[in-house]
Design a protein. Sequence first.
Length: 635
Amino acid sequence: MPFSVCMRDCYDTCSMVSEIDGRLRVRGTPEHPITAGFLCPKGALLPKWFHAKDRLKNPLVRTGERGSGEFREVGWEEAIGLTARKLKEVIEDYGSESVLVYQYAGDRGVVNYAFPLRLFHYLNAAVLDYGICDRAGQEALRDVYGTAVGMDPEELRNQRLIVYWGINAFWTNLHGFTLARRHNLEIWTVDVVRTETARRSHRFFRIRPDTDVLFALGVAKVMIEEGLYERDFVRENVYGFEEFRRYVEKLQLDYVSRETGIGVEEIEEFARGFAEKRGVIHIGYGLQRSLAGGEAVRAIALLPALVGHRFGFIYDMKVIDKSYAEGTFLRTKPSKKIPQMKLTEYIERGEVRFLYVYNSNPLASLPNQNRLRRALREKEIFVVTHDIFLTDTALYSDVVLPANTFFERLDVADSYYHRYVALNEPVARLHGKSNSEVTRLLARAMGIENPYLYESDEEVIRRVLELNGLSWDELRERGFVKVPEKPRRWETPSGKIEFFSQRAVERGLRPFPWYRKVEGRHPLRLLTPTHRMTITSQYHNTYGMIDPNLYINPVDAGERGIEDGDNVEVFNERGRIRTVARLTEDVPPGVVLLYKAFWVRLLGWNANFLTTDETVEKYGNGSAYHSTWVDVKRV
């Protein structure tokens, strides 16, 4: 049976075996050390996604107003020809940097993710400076360790305690959560919301939004003042410890408690237990998608070092070099990088005239959707989307090209949680073309002869594996291979773990993490995490198991005369949506929750009608979705 790997934007990157006999069947690869032969609820339903009746089968060309859904079906030759002509025209009229390729991790196959970039590098087009997901945390961890690549999760077998800080791992990293349980780790959760992970944890520390930095600094203060840290390790491997010690000496635990909502005794218990068990921390992506997110991650990242861990955090594990697949060597001038979270702004200014979208659905996933949709309707721009389905982004496109699924092509995928690369072999061929196939068709239609634009998928994969010291033969035999870990040092200016961050100072930040209150124009903080049965916008149209309700604390509901099941309007200066209120104490007072990025075409609204498009500028223009404030009224 062919090997498959789930290409979704998910930590686990499950290795699978697949077979088809009229209908696709999938199961986890039993031998895989991390994903261990079982699939999450979304993965178990992949055959439903593969066989979905609403898959695009033929290219479409827009005939009506943008967003109206009025298209005509055309053949591939016409669609590719039109795309190639418009691409040439825009480059001739406005320059190559007016062309932007917009892609992300909707499909994480090395070829399907990276190969199309070769064409746009060859054309010297603009590319994204990614900021939507984990950027602020990436920058913060580089400030402390010089890298965001943390510990190998297989090392959990040697640990006693894991803290899930701002991550609902039971929903979003099920195999990692199961691994921690398998190794009998004590599990703690730090979060604003009582999530499924918090319910299944030995301890839950409920924190107020934006106060993670204070809580982490308070814990560090207790560990240092009570002598609970590893003195020898810190003396030899930490830069700026004495200055940091003096910095947290001034911090009052009563103040930390008032701001965070966590009692002084709980702060002390966290510090003592973390030190005794030499805890490690899985730092979530959600908490750093806020105006305070970079500072929070920088503070949290200090705690594992205090107990003697060289890299005692889990955040990222992208360790293979994919640059050959991407083909940056084809450029003849430096890239113009457009911050991902500022796409609307660049369209409004007329700097993007041709937008090519694949592996992404920005008209569901980007914030401040009303502004983005208005810009696309009003500005002169040609949009091409390559996707499996008629997404919200496809509805706003001039040309829509049908994509195939990862079950229909050859590829490999790495993980950002573990160190394994998995093989994906084609099982069947139903509809559409892969990203690499379309890239070759476009290059040919434009009359480009560069051989790197016509390499086969297997040639690209073999070369990427070779450059990373991995065996193609072993991968084909086992279905997965592990990327060996080389001896690591901290890639900071001092060559040590930097409590006093020189890199942060160079960017105009303070040397130590600091706390500031961020307040909005409305009384309720809106959190927009992912739903268990979706990955951002994926699967809404196929699985149908979404939750469009607004979750609100009974205190806030009572103040507004709202009862459970009432119809409500959620609103701010960016937009308004109508939905149903559900009262729960899982969400604290002052906070409301909507699950993110459902399809507007199907639901009529999206939480991103409300979310802010502000960015955390000094942390790489990272997103700030969770720094959104709203109010709610009964309707």
